[in-house]
Design a protein around this ligand. Structure first.
Ligand code: PLP
Length: 300
């Protein structure tokens, strides 16, 4: 059996090394991308904002009419047991609900499927390497693809419909950019693979409200920004306006606040992380250690 410190999974109440975790090929999660998931960070021995992530996950389950026969307390217990067994102190912790297999011969009725829960964790993931984030990252606005419309796949239900992001990532990587950002069909800035997007204009901070996941880090940024005395506006962010931003940054549970210094051919904040993005990045790592927002790992 592999060392659990590379990652562990919780499947049907059993803890397994991540390399041995499997789901069935006929699961609708695999055949139809019919899943909801969430990812909560563990940072230096404690979950960050765990009740908020659990609430978003259970809201996703209701939206998709999934019944995993486990409430938030049982999910939380499974996560504690799994992360505790892994021995990881800082981790990327995924909780997943899949539509499951349809045991009724010939049935194509989603109500017949056996929904199920599983979870997995690996060492903490930075969606942009810290050394790149510190210097400011580069973002390519996808040209060949738009964000899936919110009335087709609800982006507030965290999901694995990543076809649009993956196309954008191919474009970005081929052009030498770190990551990609997608527009909606009205040319508003939406989000990217694993992050929300913010633009600062003077002391006004703008991020999209519609067509995006309501990131928990986005929420944390909005709270930190208010404390810093910034005005926050959650509303559509037209690309035309975005180009005039003083600063641009991303937010994600995988690395917090990530300053952006280049979008396509445009350089922002003189090619270095702006003062506001830098401050928010620093404050985010401080908030990760705030007792009121932490749920310490149970000792196992
Ligand atoms: N948007 C998308 C599409 C995401 O997948 C994620 C996180 O993975 C985010 C935004 C950021 O959300 P959070 O701050 O909760 O990690």
């Amino acid at each position: 059996m592999d060392d659990l410190s590379n990652g562990a999974a919780w499947i049907d109440g059993t803890i397994l090394p991540i390399s041995e975790a499997r789901i069935n090929v006929t699961d609708w999660g695999v055949t139809h991308s019919d899943m909801a998931y969430d990812v909560v960070p563990v940072w230096q021995g404690a979950f960050f904002r765990l009740p908020d992530y659990l609430q978003r996950f259970t809201a996703s389950l209701s939206a998709l009419r999934m019944d995993i026969a486990m409430g938030p307390d049982q999910i939380q217990a499974a996560l504690h047991r799994m992360v505790g067994a892994s021995g990881l102190h800082s981790a990327y912790v995924a909780m997943v609900a899949a539509r499951g297999r349809n045991p009724v011969p010939g049935s194509r009725d989603p109500r017949d499927c056996q929904n199920h829960f599983y979870a997995w964790c690996v060492p903490y993931v930075h969606i942009v390497k810290p050394e790149i984030a510190e210097a400011g990252t580069s973002v390519w606005i996808a040209k060949s693809v738009r964000r899936i419309p919110q009335d087709s796949v609800n982006p507030r239900v965290k999901n694995y419909h990543w076809g649009d992001f993956t196309s954008g990532l191919f474009e970005a990587k081929d052009k030498g950019f770190e990551t990609t950002l997608l527009l909606d069909h009205q040319d508003n800035v939406t989000e990217g693979p694993g992050f929300n997007v913010f633009a600062l204009f003077g002391d006004r901070l703008v991020t999209s409200q519609h067509g995006v996941l309501h990131g928990i880090t986005r929420q944390t940024v909005l709270e930190m920004a208010r404390e810093m005395g910034l005005t926050v506006e959650t509303r559509p962010l037209p690309l035309e306006e975005f180009w005039r931003a003083d600063e641009v940054f991303l937010s994600s549970s995988g690395g917090g606040v990530i300053p952006v210094t280049r979008v396509d051919e445009r350089h922002f904040s003189n090619g270095a992380p702006g003062p506001c993005a830098r401050q928010l990045r620093k404050t985010y790592f401080e908030w990760l250690m705030k007792d009121a927002l932490r749920t310490p790992l149970h000792q196992v």
